[in-house]
Design a protein around this ligand. Structure first.
Ligand code: NOJ
Ligand code: CA
Length: 565
């Protein structure tokens, strides 16, 4: 693909978690045959790229984030040949393809680890982090961060699951392996990488103990943003630069100062990073520790990042991915599912940055509630249930699981009201949400008021507006507990986005600059007049009107106005 500098900024991406996207060969598991069939659908959304969660061979202890071969495709998903077909078709549709790069750890079934554990004097013995005596770090997914290996007679570090041993990035041979992985995929033609927990790859020398009484993340100060991180990322950047490839970093608890360090200036080593503050508006650190949803918190997080990166870096915008429950069930309303799902689209797609949309988000999929903890596939859900809040009864802890489980975003994609939601012709590998007969792509395709078509309109509006792509961001009424109001401006063009987070009607003052002027309604999830896209321009000329100084929004209503000042 031909790419200009910073080509990814204009684009928007669709994230595919392949196992639950579309089953093309009838074994109940999503795969690259299914993806191939659905590429036209992806294109029809108006996105310009795909991020694939890991497609590599993996024992699936952490569903692909435990890789046993970096240069191949999981046989359940297809093979390299099928991947190439998907890549070529995606490129023909002008969809960029971003792979997941997981290099903080491998699977314990990766040949490197199988060799490494054999002894202390083979070529792979220093590929991982081995110690005679473990420190007190906790793992993020599974108990203690160290596991004893009988054969080697030492402990290995795993910041995530036991089956995810951490690589020793201080070993230059390991970094050469990473570069060879990058080249392998770049040579095939991929356009970039989403880099998994990339801020953890350099550990502090001596691996000092963390604070004893903090659960899960006690060691983080010693492995996050570590001493050699910049220099390792620089090495990887050089390879990516040869191909003008896009690099987006991921890592828990990103701070503004670290994101600016990695993504700006001459020595920048990543193009952008995911931040997490806006994912904490209804919880403390993890969803498992619930708090009432606070719109004020959410707005603070949005505006903090919009301002912090303005004119310096670039935001990665998202509300869902494979690590978080569904946004409608979290910050929205099941009762006003359609309205709130549309409102969420407008509340983030028009911020400044590159939007990411997670499969199923565009039809307003919701959380599942399984009765038995053993029915959950995600190991972090099971771990949370078994280790935290033990003073509570099972029912209460199950309720926490219903709100927090990553499995809610990993149920099969709901394509139609047919058996198995049109995802597969046989029983799928995982539970389908019971609401699939009502919430599915087919039902929404021809409904102009659907969530799906609202996403399409939003993405098209963003793509065709310089103001929405590049304009300045400004928030109004930050103290309003029910309504999020923001503006994008460039030259004399202004967009005003109003989003109600309330289940009852709410009134808000029209910001001063918009009073006594003609405003054009570009989008609304209630106004029927705004649905007909073709007639839009004529329509809006007609609809352009001076609004009263106070506007009443219906439950979860969103409106986008445009005007010239
Ligand atoms: C972040 C990934 O998004 C998540 O799914 C995974 O469990 C951890 N990193 C470990 O790879
Ligand atoms: Ca399959």
């Amino acid at each position: 693909m031909i790419r200009e500098a910073d080509w990814y900024r204009k684009r928007s991406f669709y994230q595919i978690w392949v196992r639950s996207f579309a089953d093309g060969n009838g074994d109940g598991i999503g795969d690259l045959y299914g993806v191939y069939e659905k590429l036209d659908y992806v294109k029809s959304l108006g996105v310009d790229g795909i991020w694939f969660s890991p497609l590599y061979p993996s024992p699936n202890a952490d569903f692909g984030y435990d890789i046993s071969d970096y240069k191949s495709i999981h046989p359940e998903y297809g093979d390299l040949n099928q991947f190439q077909k998907v890549l070529d078709k995606a490129h023909a549709l002008n969809l960029a393809v971003v792979m997941d790069l997981v290099i903080n750890h491998t699977s314990d079934e990766h040949p490197w680890f199988l060799e490494s554990k054999k002894g202390r004097d083979n070529p792979y013995s220093d590929y991982y982090i081995w110690r005679d005596k473990p420190n007190n770090w906790k793992s993020i997914l599974e108990g203690e961060a160290w596991e004893y290996d009988e054969t080697r007679g030492q402990y290995y570090l795993h910041l995530f699951a036991k089956k995810q041993p951490d690589l020793n990035m201080d070993n230059p041979k390991v970094r050469e392996e990473v570069k060879s992985i990058l080249r392998f995929w770049l040579e095939l033609g991929v356009d970039g990488f989403r880099e998994d927990v990339i801020t953890f790859i350099s550990k502090k020398e001596g691996l000092p103990d963390g604070l004893p009484f903090i659960p899960v993340i006690n060691g983080m100060p010693h492995y996050k943003d570590g001493p050699n991180l910049m220099s390792y990322l620089k090495e990887f950047r050089e390879v990516c630069r040869e191909y003008n490839a896009f690099q987006i970093g991921e890592g828990p608890m990103t701070t503004v100062s670290s994101v600016l360090r990695y993504t700006t200036g001459e020595g920048k080593v990543l193009d952008m990073m995911f931040s997490f503050d806006h994912m904490l508006a209804d919880c403390l650190f993890t969803q498992f520790v619930r708090r009432p949803f606070s719109l004020i918190k959410l707005k603070k997080a949005f505006s903090k990042w919009q301002h912090a990166l303005n004119q310096k870096g670039w935001n990665a915008l998202y509300l869902e991915n494979h690590d978080h429950p569904r946004i409608v069930s979290r910050y929205g309303s099941n009762r006003f599912r359609r309205e709130s799902a549309c409102m969420f689209a407008a509340c983030y797609l028009f911020q400044k940055g590159t939007p990411f949309i997670y499969q199923g988000q565009e039809i307003g999929m919701t959380n599942i509630r399984l009765r038995d903890i053993n029915h959950y596939a995600d190991l972090s859900s099971r771990m949370n249930f078994k280790t935290h809040f033990q003073h509570e009864n099972d029912e209460k802890r199950m309720r926490r699981i219903h709100h927090s489980s990553r499995d809610s975003s990993r149920t099969p994609m709901q394509w139609s009201a047919k058996r198995y939601a049109g995802f597969s012709t046989v029983k799928p590998w995982f539970y389908i949400n019971r609401n699939y007969k009502e919430v599915n792509v087919a039902a929404q395709e021809n409904d102009s008021a659907s969530v799906l078509n609202f996403y399409r309109r939003c993405l098209s509006l963003r793509k065709h507006s310089k103001t929405l792509l590049w304009g300045e961001y400004k928030e109004y009424e930050p103290g309003n507990e029910h309504i999020y109001l923001y503006e994008r401006s460039l030259g004399d063009v202004r967009y005003l986005v109003l989003c109600s987070f309330s289940h009852i009607s709410r009134t808000v003052a029209l910001p001063r600059p918009y009073r006594d002027r003609k405003l054009y309604l570009m989008l609304c999830n209630y106004e029927q007049g705004a649905w007909d896209e073709k007639a839009r321009d004529d329509h809006f000329a007609a609809l352009g009107s001076v609004l009263p100084h106070r506007i009443t929004l219906q439950p979860y209503e969103t409106r986008v106005y445009r005007c010239r000042l």
